[in-house]
Design a protein around this ligand. Structure first.
Ligand SMILES: Nc1nc2c(ncn2[C@@H]2O[C@H](COP(=O)(O)OP(=O)(O)OP(=O)(O)O)[C@@H](O)[C@H]2O)c(=O)[nH]1
Length: 469
């Protein structure tokens, strides 16, 4: 080999090494996105929504079997129906439904559900009024058919509450999301704004989303969308990254879904809303809060206390009702929940009220018999009027367990909306994303506290803004 050949070989090898080095640097740069701090941070954003819960009356008069609502297709802006928007609304002082409720109901009202069931006390497995392990469907609780009792309602005039204006309610409640905000706001934005985003940073972003209870599928989706957008749009500042994160999270929440609560009368009959969920999630509280919102809008409301497991639950509901001047129909403790619901709707129809809200018993979703009973409540009510809304109440603090409940309830009744309660008490506000994905049904309302007016409409943009802080 001549010296010239050797020199050429060295030159070629050196050139190849140089090309490889340059390529490596370029690739590495592409994977790392440098984020620089903006000159000054934007002021923290919170719930900036209009803040009103919208109500809706279903368009066609549904007969007994209602079509499956395709919520995504109903993406158009909610049908324009009165919003609860007018500030300080004096609660209606007129006794809303007392005249129709007052006729004595001594006659049995349970014909539609009254197949007699043998259920001697000795065969009952429960001993304390609560279902016990293993007593599923074998011994239905609703065997004993008792009549309805007339309940003396307290003097209304002195009991009627001032109801907080619903307008701007979200704004007032935004601080309640502080625990979730610290996960999202400090965690996620801290990561995105920290500088270079390498593979380790993306892993941290994933972990943060998982910790906030977004679940793995949605986390993957969010991270993939963020990576793609950041790469393609050449984002360089943490402010840009933040706005992309906002857009991606809002997109995953499907802001186009119709979140109006179907609680307005139609076809000459009241709207019927069933409130379902397992024990202790906040059904009664939510029913009471919703009644207040409706009453504040000048609607007449009748409450059905179909939670006959616990006498205290009916008392609790009645108290909520009496505070806003809404009457309550209740049965004796242990009465058939379906017959109480039937009676409530019947009286609501007779009285011409706008809305009948039926609070059902806490269903242990693993109890087949109890779930069957819930299906029966709905079927029986539908002999009187269409059920317009089935609100499934889920406790946000229970995380994945809430998802399991959601699946089981969706099998038994056609859930049309989700109420996520206790979002004020959890750092895992991300459960909203999963629950909605799981059921394909919109989260319509959120509970942000124990106060009477701590119920807010769920609005994706405002919610994400509040989470990001
Ligand atoms: N912090 C907080 N507490 C809530 C919220 N909603 C309900 N609660 C509380 O949760 C507890 C249970 O609420 P209930 O309305 O009795 O629940 P339930 O589902 O009707 O319970 P059962 O009648 O046993 O089936 C009560 O102490 C409520 O005040 C909320 O949004 N935030």
């Amino acid at each position: 080999m001549t010296t010239t050949t050797l020199i050429w070989i060295i030159v070629v090898v050196a050139a190849l090494l140089l090309v490889a080095l340059v390529t490596g640097v370029v690739l590495s740069r592409r994977r790392r996105i440098s984020l620089t701090e903006p000159e000054q941070d934007k002021p923290a954003q919170g719930y900036r929504a209009g803040g009103a819960i919208t109500f809706n009356a279903p368009a066609p008069p549904p007969v007994v079997e209602r079509p499956e609502p395709d919520l995504v297709e109903k993406a158009a802006p909610p049908v324009a129906e009165p919003r609860i928007a007018t500030p300080p609304v004096p609660p209606p002082v007129t006794p809303p439904v007392s005249p129709p409720v007052s006729p004595p109901v001594s006659e049995p009202v349970v014909e539609p559900v009254a197949e007699p069931v043998e259920h001697p006390v000795a065969e009952r497995t429960e001993v304390d009024g609560q279902p016990g392990v293993g007593d599923d469907a074998a011994v239905p609780r609703d065997s004993a058919k008792r009549g309805f009792v007339e309940v003396e309602l307290p003097e209304q005039a002195s009991e009627i509450d001032e109801i907080e204006p619903t307008e701007g309610r979200l704004e007032r409640l935004r601080g309640r999301l502080s625990r979730s905000r610290s996960t999202f706001g400090q965690g996620l934005l801290g990561l995105l704004g920290a500088g270079d985003l390498d593979e380790d940073s993306w892993t941290d972003v994933e972990d943060t989303l998982l910790m906030a209870d977004l679940g793995s599928a949605i986390t993957d989706e969010v991270v993939a969308a963020l990576r793609e957008q950041i790469a393609s749009r050449g984002v360089r500042t943490s402010d840009d990254a933040r706005s992309m994160l906002r857009d991606v999270l809002v997109g995953v929440l499907h802001p186009e879904m119709n979140r109006a609560v179907n609680a307005l009368p139609h076809s000459g009959k009241p709207a019927v809303v069933l409130v379902v969920g397992v024990n202790g999630v906040g059904k009664t509280t939510t029913t009471g809060k919703l009644a207040r919102v409706l009453v504040a809008d000048g609607r007449t409301v009748l409450l059905g206390a179909a939670d006959t497991f616990r006498a205290a639950a009916a008392d609790q509901l009645e108290t909520w009702g009496s505070r806003v001047g809404a009457s309550t129909v209740r049965g004796a403790e242990g009465a058939d929940p379906a017959s109480v619901a039937f009676e409530a709707v019947k009286r609501g129809v007779d009285a011409g009220v706008d809305t009948v809200l039926v609070d059902t018993a806490g269903r242990l979703h693993t109890k087949t018999g109890l779930m069957d009973e819930l299906g029966k409540v709905k079927r029986v009510v539908e002999k009187q009027a269409a059920v317009d809304e089935v609100l499934l109440v889920l406790d946000a603090t229970t995380g994945q367990n809430g998802l399991t409940q959601a699946r089981v309830f969706a099998d038994v009744v056609n859930v049309t909306g989700i109420v996520l309660t206790k979002l004020d008490g959890t750092a895992k506000g991300g459960i909203v994303f999963q629950v909605q994905r799981e059921l394909g049904v919109p989260v319509k309302l959120v509970g942000l506290g124990e106060g009477a007016d701590d119920l807010a409409p769920f609005e994706p943009h405002a919610f994400v803004d509040a989470l990001l802080g």
